[in-house]
Design a binder for this molecule. Structure first.
Ligand SMILES: [Zn+2]
Length: 330
């Protein structure tokens, strides 16, 4: 077939028009949804019931123990390869990247925490502990008294599971498995990927958890409301900017080469929390933060924080127990 010849002037004109009026990227995924803007047709009452199904109640900002200015809680989600396995992805490059958390990541972080003498909370998908029981024995044989909390069975994304009975079965299985393996019933809950279904908060409340750490409506701890009613459950809020995953995991996949940038964000967040007399909580993952350069960066941050007077390093359980009496206080 003979190629059609297009005069250069026409090509330039087309290019000029294209530059002057860039086409917005097509929001393919959103447009493909059958009803992309259902919220526009809801009444205020309907909006309220959606907005406040799970929401922030009373602010729980106490005086910290022993006159401390700030409470600092380091948390690690020991996901390893479970999120990958939950989706049926058997790409061993990805699975082995997760397994690194059990083999080298977690031990390195535990050695660092022992060196710095600070405790941490470990949220573990129960299947992650079953596949690599060493993660439990490593945590329990550390010099520091660390906490172990629930993080789903196999890091199942609950909105994707979309099944009340199945969600309840997996929650029960997670609690039973961790209780059996650790010798203690966990008191802390963190939803896999921080994602709740419409049933999650009700099931977490019924299971009697002391606290949740999956939501981010405040910088301070708060009581969770369920359909507007107080639950008695403490929220220890997380934040994406205080998480290693957006910088080192998933889409980043190592594309952020500068651990210094992450250090700067974490330290700046700590500095303001310190000025405010607040709470500073980090979420990290052994298969991401446990790499050499990153664990070294975290140790540098811990040393910086320890250099400030009046810092209370505590497990999430200790912090939740400390703030919980404020729920009942007038
Ligand atoms: Zn996780």
């Amino acid at each position: 077939m003979q190629m059609m010849r297009v005069p250069t002037v026409v090509l330039l004109l087309v290019a000029a028009v294209a530059c002057a009026k860039p086409t917005p990227p097509a929001p393919a995924a959103e447009a493909a949804r059958p009803d992309p803007l259902p919220g526009t047709r809801l009444s205020v009452d309907q909006l309220k019931s959606q907005m406040f199904h799970v929401s922030a109640g009373k602010r729980l900002k106490p005086a910290w123990p022993n006159g401390a200015r700030i409470a600092v809680g380091l948390s690690f989600d020991v996901d390893n390869a479970t999120a990958t396995l939950s989706t049926g992805n058997l790409d061993y490059e990805v699975l082995s990247r997760g397994e690194y958390g059990a083999i080298d990541g977690l031990p390195r972080l535990l050695r660092m925490l022992d060196r710095q003498q600070v405790p941490a909370s470990f949220f573990i998908p129960a299947a992650s502990a079953v596949l690599h029981p060493v993660v439990i024995s490593d945590i329990q044989s550390a010099k520091q008294a660390h906490e172990i909390g629930v993080h789903g069975w196999i890091h199942e994304r609950l909105p994707l599971l979309n099944n009340e009975q199945e969600e309840q079965r997996l929650l029960n299985l997670s609690i039973e498995t961790l209780t059996k393996m650790t010798g203690k019933r966990p008191v802390g809950y963190r939803a896999p990927s921080w994602k709740f279904s419409g049933w999650t908060m009700g099931q977490v409340k019924a299971a009697g958890f002391l606290y949740d750490s999956s939501l981010m409506a405040s910088d301070d701890a708060y009581e969770i409301l369920l359909d507007g009613s107080p639950t008695g459950i403490v929220e220890l809020p997380i934040e994406r900017i205080l998480d290693d995953a957006p910088y080192f995991g998933s889409n980043a996949d190592g594309s952020n080469p500068s651990v210094g940038d992450v250090y700067e964000v974490f330290q700046s967040e700590f500095d303001v929390a310190y000025d405010e007399g607040g709470l500073f909580l980090l979420t990290m993952h052994p298969h991401m933060m446990g790499h050499r350069s990153r664990a070294a960066m975290l140790e540098r941050l811990v040393q910086y924080i320890k250099g400030k007077p009046g810092v209370w390093f505590a497990t999430h359980e200790q912090i939740a127990n400390h703030v919980k009496p404020l729920i009942a206080a007038k």
